[in-house]
Design a protein around this ligand. Structure first.
Ligand code: FAD
Ligand code: FES
Ligand code: MG
Length: 291
């Protein structure tokens, strides 16, 4: 069991957890992730290690479906059944002069440790953070602590510039500080749009892919992605890949494969949550006696 030391909401449906996991904390490097199971019968889901200290790792979780919403019901003092990691290749950190880091939604949490690592490597780091609306923007203050520039875009114009991250990226590319590298992490359509924005400029662009993962060790094939015409397993060959070589169409289709079952499972979970006799600890740890 992995004890939750701290839990706090960053935005509606987005929660930050600090978990006691000293062995993972000591080994992890920017860009790596863990696979967790909330309880014994739970499914395995990957989550990026957003930060760590000597004893703890920080995870930032967007409640999208059943497992992430179940996890987001937990509080400090509760525990998670399994945490396996660190998994995946660490981010490839070099000096590029200026690095533009683009985070869309919860993608900002995934980009955050890598953006810091680029800063420590001496780069000028320009962050472009996008969200649908102001309330959904996360980690702006944390990014401002070390980034040289932070641009914010919202789809509805409720904060920052109204528009898409690619609008701000165009402006950064046209500026005196044209980036030597662009890192984009967020929804698939956003990463694809960033790749198409940088392609004509020949700017190296990296994306962190989010295919469905199960074992996280290259054995199950669940996370197969197509990069430069070759099959790659995102859990061991990635999750970061050359954005200009990724087949985003296949990625989007594979991620939608279980949508019906996922929606059914979420509907059942929401119905249980509305049940006044339902206990969140029993749901998170089935089989254990009610407290
Ligand atoms: P479901 O309703 O089951 O699924 C919703 C959608 O999530 C699916 O349509 C599919 O696209 C995706 N998904 C479902 N199951 C999996 C799975 N086993 N593995 C991967 N994707 C899945 N999310 C965060 O909020 N914070 C993070 O730091 C984070 N880091 C990630 C790092 C990696 C390397 C990857 C691959 C994904 C990461 N994700 C992160 C996404 C997160 O794993 C999914 O949102 C989560 O698995 C959804 O589970 P669910 O049961 O709540 O939703
Ligand atoms: Fe099974 Fe990558 S998650 S091969
Ligand atoms: Mg699920």
């Amino acid at each position: 069991m992995y004890r939750i030391i701290e839990a706090s909401w960053l935005a509606p449906e987005v929660k930050r957890f600090r978990l006691e996991a000293p062995e993972i904390a000591r080994k992890q490097r920017a860009g790596q992730f863990v696979i967790i199971r909330v309880h014994e019968q739970g499914e395995r889901i990957p989550l990026t290690i957003a930060a760590s200290d000597e004893r703890t790792i920080t995870l930032i979780v967007q409640g999208l479906g059943k497992t992430t919403r179940l996890l987001n019901q937990l509080e400090a003092g509760d525990a998670v059944r399994d945490v396996v990691g660190p998994l995946g290749k660490p981010s490839d950190i070099h000096y590029y002069g200026t690095v533009a880091v683009i985070g869309g939604g919860v993608g900002t949490a995934i980009a955050y440790p890598t953006a810091r690592a680029f800063k420590f490597a001496g780069n000028r780091v320009v962050a472009i953070l996008g969200a649908r609306t102001r309330d959904l923007l996360i980690l702006e203050a944390e990014m401002r602590e070390f980034c040289d520039e932070v641009h914010v875009t919202t789809d509805d114009g409720s904060y920052g510039v109204k528009g898409l991250v690619t609008d701000s990226l165009q402006a950064v590319i046209a500026s005196d500080n044209r980036p030597g590298l662009v890192l984009a992490i967020g929804p698939i359509p956003m990463m694809r749009a960033v790749a198409e924005t940088t392609r004509p400029h020949g700017i190296k662009t990296v994306v962190s892919l989010n295919p469905i993962m199960v074992d996280g060790t290259g054995m199950c094939g669940g996370c197969r992605v197509q990069v430069a015409g070759r099959s790659q397993f995102a859990c061991v060959d990635g999750p970061e890949f050359d954005a200009h070589a990724v087949d985003f169409k296949i990625l989007a289709a594979r991620n939608a494969m279980y949508r019906e079952a996922e929606q059914r499972s979420l509907a059942e979970f929401n119905a249980q949550r509305l049940d006044p006799h339902h206990c969140r600890l029993t749901e998170a740890h089935p089989g254990s006696p009610p407290p």
